[in-house]
Structure formats: structure tokens, C-alpha cells
Write a protein that binds this ligand. Sequence first.
Ligand SMILES: C[S@@+](CC[C@H](N)C(=O)[O-])C[C@H]1O[C@@H](n2cnc3c(N)ncnc32)[C@H](O)[C@@H]1O
Length: 253
Amino acid sequence: MQYGTRTDFFGDYADIYAKAPYNDFTEEVAKSLPELLSFYGADTRSFLDLGCGTGTLLIALTGRFGRLAGVDQSADMLRHAEAAALRAGTRIDFTRSDLREFRSEQSHSLVTCTYNTLNYLTDPGDLRRAAETLRAATEADGLVVLDAHPTRFVERAWAGRVFVEQNTPDRLEVWENPYDAGSGRVDTTVTVVSRTADGRFERVHEVHPQRGHDPEEVTDALVEAGFTTVDTYAGLDRSPVEENTPRVWYVAR
Ligand SMILES: C[S@@+](CC[C@H](N)C(=O)[O-])C[C@H]1O[C@@H](n2cnc3c(N)ncnc32)[C@H](O)[C@@H]1O
């Protein structure tokens, strides 16, 4: 039997992502974000989440913003996001687009791109293109909040390693992380075998290309795109970035 590998990511895997405990991280972000926004005096007119996935952050912050919008490259993730918004009784304007190219006539007072979505940008020039999208999507006095794993974290925690997640009698999820030191890319393969309702097993297999982005690179891209202030933190509690900070947060305006 031949197994095909999907060339897109968060395709078939979207069904697993939507059910798995991945929401926990984003729920925590939703709890901490309001305090950060009030520290920066952010306006609540309109909120856009780039790489919104299954819509968890937008739905969790419903009621705090006048308008909500989400963008993702994955039709499968957006299908889950739309269903979740419907269940929550929330109106969100979802668009399927690559965030490196996304443009809209609407701009927003808050734009986020979180849970290492930026690490999925692996080509030279991608950060600059993402920063240009962020600048175009953010109102002149608006705020941007992002996170990304730095190179050091990717090399230390992922490169060459294999992880087995959610290993239950009904599911085995294996993440393999081959590392190319030249490009800094980790072309992660995700393989999930899960038991179906009728007792068979189904297999999902995708490649998730990722790479680390360092604070200087992200900050330079944001400044070149026109943001005047970029603050970096180790967490949404505004703790300082240290040598081994695993996830760097950026607040730009
Ligand atoms: C790790 S998930 C995070 C999803 C969501 N932000 C959350 O907190 O649950 C990364 C998301 O980024 C999306 N993504 C990755 N690269 C993208 C790109 N170039 N344009 C738009 N979406 C992208 C993926 O489809 C996926 O939904």
C-alpha cells in the first residue's frame, strides 16, 4: 500500500487539533491578554487574529471587541472555527488566506498572530512579508501582539527529536523533527493513528515546516514595515526575555 503525504499542513490534522488539548495554551493566552491590552491602553474597536486556526482566541475574547475577524490558510481549520463560532453564538468574519499575502480594506485596533504561527514562515523574506501584512491590517494607533520560538529553542527542544503525544489505546500521535542546520528548518512530520467508531484505525500524515525566528529578526522586520515601537517579553506578564526564553512575545505599535 502506498501512503500519500499531504503537502498542506493543518489539513486532515485539523480534526485532531480541534479535539486535542491544544486549546489549553490559547485559553491561557486569552486569560492573560486583557491585562496586557489595558497596560498598553489598547482600543477595543476591532480584533483580527492572523493564523486563527480553530478560532479559540477570537471566541474566548468575544464581547471585549466591537468586531472580530480571523484569517488562516487552512480551510479545514476554518471549518472548525466557523462551527465553534456558531456554537458560541459569535459573529466572526473568517477569511481563508496566506497571511503573507492577506490584504483587506478593514484595519483593526488589535492584530494578533500567536501560538508559533510565525514559526510556520520558513522562506527568506517571509518575516518581512508577514510584517507588511501586520502593518497594513493594523490601524495607525493600533497594537500588534505576536509570539515566536527563537532559533535556540528550536535547536534545543525540537531538532532531531521524536515526540509521542496523546498516546492512548485509541490514538498515537508521533512528531518527528528532522533538522537542517543550513536553513534552520525543521520539516516536522506528524503521524496520527486513531481508532474509528467501528474499531478500524485511520492514519493522518502531514509535514509541518517550521523554523526559529530570533528577536532581532522579528523586531527588524516589524520596524522596516513601519512599526515604531517593538517590545519583547518572555510572557504576556511582561517578564524579561532571557537567554533561554522558549517563546518570545512581541508587542508592536
Ligand atoms: C499552531 S496553529 C495556532 C492556531 C491558533 N492561533 C491557536 O492559537 O490555536 C498555527 C496556525 O497557523 C496557520 N498558518 C500557518 N502558516 C500560515 C500562513 N502562512 N498563513 C495563514 N495561516 C497560517 C495554520 O494553518 C494553523 O491554523
